[in-house]
Design a protein around this ligand. Structure first.
Ligand code: ARG
Length: 400
């Protein structure tokens, strides 16, 4: 079918969240871009019932509406590898950024299965997420067309609500949140509205996963996190699968006001933005993992790995996940994680995460060498010869 001069594509798979924008997108795609729309809703642990959303897409006009539970894949293939890399951008544990390549991968898989010729997403033209979806899709399926309705339609929020009403698209009755929010197991990202004033402290309503540290328990909560090959496997000695462990830790840490982040961010598209995050479990696990690595790896490994970690974090942030370099760093990290087995003791108190103890059968910490007290086995006299050679080149700069 031809609309004006532009040929519509046959079938498009749309990443569907059930919100106003992607709901309007179903209708808009049918009017302007595609003969059929397949809606795809993905469970990434956002704690939202997806059945009603699935129905809603069909009511609006999608020819098929699919729901995929991707929580396990998200944890095993995205969150844990990111944890191995201590991945962080500024102070942001990259929850939103990490989910994007997985969503793109699922869009591409469904597009192949259903013989669709395009994928679509609800991103605007100002953010990082469009870059991540588009670059991931380009890497996985260069032949697929990518449609981003919100990047094209130039609708304000009011306009899209008007459009929704005109086309009988259900708009949530409850007052729309004054923020733009993205949520998954690894954290919650909040922007827009009052947060755009970089000088103003975020109001309490911006937060949902964390208690105000002021109102958090007046006594510290002590927990232990056990790791095996770099993967967190138990909380307080109780073995938990990845999903339960992250969910439980989100509660415990969130209750102590842990995981609030407020930062100015440097977007890929050149804009500086202010964003607020809540990542209680991620903040604790990243800190614990890094501490354990420091205990079990040699100094050289630690220092070398810092630059790899930084590169890895940037690959995630920039949406370049499907890059052989990322895969290669994964292989390195996986090898290195064999030693990252042990237990970390953490104190959570009014927004703070403090590592207070660590142990591992792979520990390289030798109290006998470190001690300033009795039983010291370190030969201090050997330091003299070592330093003599270590500083020799710098000394020779002055001595001629
Ligand atoms: N700034 C974050 C990133 O680029 C989050 C973007 C999405 N945020 C949102 N509130 N919808 O990864």
């Amino acid at each position: 079918m031809v609309v004006g001069k532009i040929k519509k594509c046959k079938k498009v798979v749309l990443a569907y969240s059930g919100g106003v924008d992607t709901s309007v997108a179903i209708r808009w795609l049918l009017e302007n871009k595609a003969e059929k729309v397949i809606a795809l809703a993905i469970d990434l642990g956002q704690g939202q019932e997806l059945k009603p959303i699935q129905k809603k897409a069909l009511q609006i006009g999608a020819s098929e509406s699919l729901v995929v539970d991707a929580k396990k894949e998200f944890i095993n293939n995205y969150i844990w590898p990111a944890l191995f890399a201590n991945a962080i951008y500024g102070d942001y544990p990259l929850a939103t950024a990490l989910a994007r390549p997985l969503i793109a991968k699922l869009l591409v898989e469904i597009a192949k299965e259903k013989k669709a010729d395009a994928i679509a997403h609800g991103c605007t033209g100002k953010g990082n997420d469009q870059v991540r979806f588009d670059v991931s899709t380009m890497a996985l399926a260069p032949h697929l067309k990518i449609i981003a309705p919100a990047r094209e339609w130039n609708m304000t929020r009011e306009k899209s609500i008007e459009y929704a009403k005109k086309h009988n698209i259900p708009v949530p009755v409850k007052k729309k949140s004054p923020f733009s929010v993205d949520l998954n197991l690894w954290g919650r990202s909040v922007e827009c509205g009052i947060l755009e004033d970089a000088w103003k402290e975020p109001p309490e309503e911006a937060y949902e996963l964390t208690r105000n540290p002021k109102l958090a328990p007046g006594k510290p909560t002590y927990i232990t996190v056990s790791f095996r090959n770099g993967i967190p496997t138990a909380l307080n000695g109780k073995r938990l699968d990845g999903l339960k462990l992250i969910q439980r830790l989100n509660q415990i840490a969130g209750n102590n006001g842990v995981g609030r982040i407020d930062q100015i961010e440097n977007r890929v598209v050149g804009i500086k933005s202010r964003e607020v995050y809540e990542s209680p479990a991620a903040v604790v696990l990243l800190k614990a993992h890094k501490d354990l690595e420091s205990l079990v790896h040699t100094r050289e490994t630690i220092l070398f790995k810092q630059s790899l970690d930084q590169k890895y974090s940037q690959l995630i942030y920039d949406g370049r996940w499907f890059n052989p370099l990322r895969v290669a760093i994964d292989v390195f990290n996986k090898y290195i994680q064999k030693r990252v087995t042990g237990v970390i003791r953490v104190k959570l108190f009014k927004g703070n995460v403090i590592i207070v103890g660590r142990k591992s059968t792979y520990s390289l910490y030798k109290e006998k060498l470190a001690t300033y007290g009795k039983g010291d086995t370190f030969d201090q006299s050997s330091a003299v010869g070592f330093i003599k050679l270590f500083g020799l080149d710098l000394q020779s700069l002055k001595s001629n």
